[in-house]
Design a protein around this ligand. Structure first.
Ligand SMILES: *Cc1c(COP(=O)(O)O)cnc(C)c1O
Length: 347
């Protein structure tokens, strides 16, 4: 449990002092008016002529119920990509500050660090792909603003030990971002429900995986209202378009559909992993809490090429640290998984 953090000390001075753009929809967001002549919109072509709600209030009210997080503790962005990029722009002085992250992990944390000219300090996981809080903390210094944790982790698939993450949350003086993009596929308790306990915590979720909506580009960040306010100040004014907001509202009406997909994928995951274990060309199947798993093969490169030839694409992760000869397999529909297995049995 942490009592408080000094956000003013962590946030870049120019961002702390920033006067955000005030849009027409910010200045009047009521519903009572019926003549809108304030935003230089075209009066024709309803409903696409109007700017969307910059704060996505309806959507956040629905999400608050489903995610168990207050609406003012939710940020919505153009995919998780935006929720990953903004903390760099909010907290990290280019050329001066740094971030620490587990390795291997999701590639966007480093790409965004590079784009923002922020030093990225990877800390290798152990052979079981587990994290050690002391090693992450030892990699920090006075200029470390963020520690990136992804659990369940990509590309390894496993959930990281909770006590180690808790130790980072209580001992690190900066922001800890936990990417829980795959938590819907995991039986582990989420950190999203621990926000009240950790004022330095940001949790990321996405509509791209369990919700089956990768194409609409909608990512979520959950954090204290103070941190969310800064996200809102820095984001593009209309960062989530109307079509995306509407499609997400539709999906939220039927969360049981998502539960059904997740259940089917988990059954297939168990079946596919067991079948991989029996393949002579598979040396090891790693434990997973996600909708994919990592498999160590005899020769990842040639097996990958062989599958491409058959029109089946998996992810070759052999060049990633600790993932030599590993393929990352996303769980598909039963027929797709069978096609993959049939091909591998003929290799
Ligand atoms: C797939 C994935 C995401 C989702 O990114 P979007 O931009 O929301 O599509 C986020 N984090 C991790 C670790 C992922 O693997």
């Amino acid at each position: 449990m942490r009592i408080m953090i000094s956000l003013e000390r962590l946030v870049r001075k120019n961002i702390w002092e920033l006067a955000p753009y005030s849009s027409a929809r910010d200045e009047y967001s009521g519903k009572e008016a019926h003549v809108f002549l304030d935003a230089n919109e075209n009066p024709y072509n309803d409903p696409y002529n109007r700017y969307p709600d910059p704060l996505q209030r309806e959507l956040k009210a629905q999400l608050a119920k489903i995610k168990g997080v207050r609406a003012d503790m939710i940020f919505l962005g153009n995919g998780s990509d935006e929720a990953i990029d903004l903390p760099y722009r909010i907290f990290c002085e280019p050329g001066k500050d740094n971030v620490v992250a587990i390795e291997p992990t999701y590639g966007m944390y480093k790409v965004c660090a590079d784009i923002n000219n922020v030093e990225y300090r990877p800390v290798l996981l152990d052979e079981q792909y587990q994290v050690h809080a002391d090693q992450l903390l030892a990699a920090t210094d006075a200029n470390t603003k963020i520690i990136w944790i992804c659990s369940p982790n990509n590309p390894t698939g496993n959930a990281l030990h909770r006590e180690e993450i808790e130790k980072v949350l209580t001992q690190f003086e900066g922001i800890v971002i936990i990417d829980e993009a795959y938590s819907d596929f995991s039986s582990q308790k989420t950190f999203r429900s621990e926000l009240a306990k950790y004022p330095n915590l940001i949790v990321l979720n996405t509509f791209s995986k369990a919700w089956g909506l990768a194409s609409i580009r909608l990512g979520m960040a959950f954090a204290s209202p103070e941190i969310i306010q800064i996200y809102n100040k820095v984001k593009y004014p209309y960062n989530v378009n109307l079509l995306t907001q509407r499609q997400a509202m539709e999906a939220l009406k039927d969360p049981f559909e998502v539960d059904k997909w997740v259940k089917m994928l988990l059954v297939e995951r168990t079946r596919l992993m067991a079948a991989f274990q029996d393949l002579p060309i598979c040396e090891k199947v790693y434990p997973t809490d996600a909708n994919f798993f990592l498999a160590k093969m005899t020769d990842a490169k040639s097996i990958y090429d062989y599958l491409v030839d058959k029109g089946i694409i998996v992810r070759n992760r052999t060049r990633i640290q600790l993932c030599n000869n590993c393929l990352r397999i996303t769980i598909g529909m039963k027929g797709e998984n069978n096609e993959l297995l049939a091909a591998l049995r003929q290799y």
